[in-house]
Design a protein around this ligand. Sequence first.
Ligand code: DC
Length: 233
Amino acid sequence: MDKNIVVAIDGYSSCGKSTLAKALAKKLHFVYVDSGAMYRAVTLYFLRNNIDITNEKQVEEALKAIHLNFHSRDYQTHITLNDEEVSEEIRQMPVSEKVSDISTIKMVRKEMVKQQQRMGVSKNIVMDGRDIGTTVFPHAEVKIFMTADPKIRAVRRFKELEAKGETITLEEIFDNLAHRDYQDTTRKESPLVRAKDAIVLDNTTISKQQQLEFVLERVQPFLKTATSNHKYS
Ligand code: DC
C-alpha cells in the first residue's frame, strides 16, 4: 500500500522553520501545519480567561472548551480559536511571553499531540514545531532539526515585528528567544531535542532557496512511493 509522507521540522524559536515548511509544502503540494500556532492559540485562550495553570481542573475544562481549526489560504496559516480568527493576535508579545509556560503543561501537550497526529493520517504533510520528529511523528520519513545564530534569529524576528508596526526593542526579542529556548529545551514533557535520525540544518548564512533545496533533496526519494496528494513540479 502507498504511504503518505511526513516531513518533521523542529528547532529553536525564530529559526525560519515555518518559512521553510511553508515553501516546502507549497512546492510539493503537501499540507502544512504550524504546530506552534496551536500552542499559541491555547495560550491566548488561557490569558483571556485567566486560567490558573496550577489548577488541573481549570486546565482540563479550558482544553475541553478550546476548538482549533486551520484554514490554509496560499500556504499562510490561518487559525481559528472557537471560530474566531486569531492568526495575528497569537504572534504578539503577550502570547509570545507566555507560550513556553503553557507548553510545559502535560495535559496541554497530550491534547495538542493527539490533534496533530490526527492531521497526519493519510495525508502528505509538513509540520513544524519542537517535538514533531521525537513525539508527534517519531516515524516521519524526513526529519530536519533547524538552528541558527541567536543574534541573527533575533534580528530576523525584530524586522518581522517592526514591519508589522510593533514597538519592541531588539534586546527584548533576544531575551524572549533565549527564554523560550531555555524553557523548550529543559521542560520535562517532550523537550526540544534533536531526534537521533534528524538532519541538522544551520541556516545562519544560507539563503531560503538553499534551505528549500537541501530539504527537497531529502524528500525526493520518498516521492516515488507516496500517495497521490502531491504533484512535485
Ligand atoms: O513555533 P513557535 O515559536 O510559534 O512556537 C511557540 C511556542 O510553542 C514555543 O516557544 C514552544 C511551543 N511549541 C511546543 O512546545 N511544541 C511544538 N511542537 C510547537 C511549539
